[in-house]
Design a protein around this ligand. Sequence first.
Ligand code: ADP
Ligand code: GN1
Ligand code: MG
Length: 358
Amino acid sequence: MHIEKIACSFRIDGTPVSCKEFGSGHINYTVKVLTDTGKEYVLQRINKYVFKDPVKVMSNVGSVTAFLRNRVDDSRMALHFISTFDDLYYFLDDEGEYWRMYDFIGGFCLDAPESDEDFYQSALAFGRFQHMLSEFPAHTLYETIPEFHNTIDRYRQLRESIAADAAGRLASVQADVDFLMEREELGCTLQRLRESGELPLRVTHNDTKLNNVLLDKDTRTSLCVLDLDTVMPGLSLYDFGDSIRFGAATAPEDEPDTSKMSMDLHLFEVYTKGFLEAATSLTDKEVELLPMGAFVITLELATRFMKDYLDGDLYFKTAYPEHNLVRARAQMKLAADMQSKFDEMNRIVAEVAQRVRG
Ligand code: ADP
Ligand code: GN1
Ligand code: MG
């Protein structure tokens, strides 16, 4: 179905004059739509391989954005979804694809921080998000991807892919697989604490990459958090950790030269400060385990990239055949670097928490 026709299924202002693919997400297909009245929208096709039930995804996204809209002063601080002429927040096209549309907020996203302040702003955005949703009835949310950040289950899935070796790639990555297996016990620490109730279940974003934060184009302050598909009950530590994994890394997520990949302790400190300033309801136990959150989520993503490589690249968008392997290796290098810096990370967290929380 023609993209303009899909856009016209929503109650938009004007008629589309241009539809251009944009953004750097790995999951959905994203288009920016400009209409003849000058209005700009984001139109997205929801990835059905990743999200098995797009209607539930849109139910979560709809209720979370409605909740946030009542709590922000500036309308640009929460996404605004456009309904269809059938009063739904999604459109099902004649090929069975689900689409959704929301206002383009005049801002921009970064794939890497250009200054400490950029990263600090993203920490405030995710910290505020965590804080604003602390009163949200978590049980009303669907688990749109079951066991999304259950590291124990991620290892189970990796084992399945190793056993199947569907793409015949296992022999060439045995040393990488060994690296992941050696760290399984440590990687499952947080899931165990979640299961024993020592860590509280919260409404979390679950995909807190820097490029999921929108910055104001004039002031460069953070406006809102994007990409709400994975908002589910989860651990605050993973939200913190994924931001560190992506934004405090010294190289892109898919850097082929792993010698360039490490974690920048200064950026770790910058983010910790912003996150703790905004997410004031964290428990002492959560604060103490923030460094572990960064390590676990990095290791977990390495297992996910490796699984996808072994499966033959079914889940993540890839630009070339070895892309998932390159990503997995970059994440493994980063996880190892974090492991070697645990003492310093713990010291930074203790110092920042003392200053911010007293
Ligand atoms: P994905 O699941 O594919 O990551 P996102 O919702 O994160 O989908 O959108 C993909 C990318 O599109 C984002 O990382 C961001 O760069 C860009 N983007 C999405 N919405 C906006 C917006 N309102 N304004 C500017 N950029 C946006
Ligand atoms: C995916 O959608 P995007 O590109 O923001 C993935 C995350 C990964 C990330 C790695 C639903 O995020 O879990 O951490 O890629 N999202 C989903 O870049 O699996
Ligand atoms: Mg995204």
